[in-house]
Design a protein around this ligand. Sequence first.
Ligand code: AMP
Ligand code: MG
Length: 318
Amino acid sequence: MNHLEEAAGLLKQGELVAIPTETVYGLAANAFNEEAVLKIYKTKNRPHFNPLIIHSNSVERFEEWGIFLPEFALKLASHFSPGPITFVVPTSNKIPDMVTAGHNSVAIRIPNHPITLELLSMLDFPLAAPSANPSTFVSPTSASHVKQQLGNKIKCILDGGNCEVGIESTILSFLENTPRILRYGGLAKEQIEKILGIKVNVPQVNGDTSKIIAPGMIERHYAPNKKLIISSDFEKEIMNHQRMTIGSISFSTNYKNIDYKNQFILSESGNLDEAARHLFSALRSLNELNIDIILAENFPDEGLGIAINDRLKRASVQ
Ligand code: AMP
Ligand code: MG
């Protein structure tokens, strides 16, 4: 029996399997099996109000399960699925409340990884799969990251190498007339708008419109066990923290006043896609270093820079 057959067998029995995707590794269970889905929440220590994304390998299969994409979503799916885009659409009665956290919508995605696409084709149910890390920790972008944190809790981790996108999917809601981004992620807003030919709505935070924000977008997330300061003036921060050992995350700049071993330059060539790919492993490494604080740059507010800034901001919440 190869790994895929073993994984499929475990999933059919209601067990959890860690799966590789192009965004981050997922902790997967049969989305139709409430007990299996409950194991995800328990294993991650995830709050029950935080709904899960379900995964399959084609739009047609979601339709067979009574989940339909409106026109804008179909257009995006034809360009970007499989890929780092999640569609929030009206749910179907086949999907347990445990998956949607009781909402009348469901989040669906077709992940772009050959191993997981093959696994999905072997199953007659979708996989509910959040990131394969304890709740509020940094998401895993390699099988060894999963093993470090959840290895003793799950029976099977499919190793699909390092995640190519490295940051979670962009979540779009199609519940209003105009699509709305609920979470910035691995597909840039500019690319979405280019295909649709319209401006999409952006996440809403406080005030009366707070209901529209993606449920479960917890403010403190990805948080390292050291203070993380986001700054556009590193030299000033270095001056202000002279007695401290500093670790850093920068886009492409090398800071001569910070020990090179403690510096994580996410893309020497200044490429935001590459920077996103390296972000989470840099946060993990910084967590393990003997440093006092982490300085992180403000990334350009465009392309995947928006998602990077979002993750850094949530990592900076104490
Ligand atoms: P994660 O699996 O940790 O990447 O998180 C999945 C995220 O998808 C949740 O935290 C929500 O923000 C979002 N999500 C899932 N289902 C829905 C839904 N029905 N409506 C809105 N957002 C959702
Ligand atoms: Mg997560």
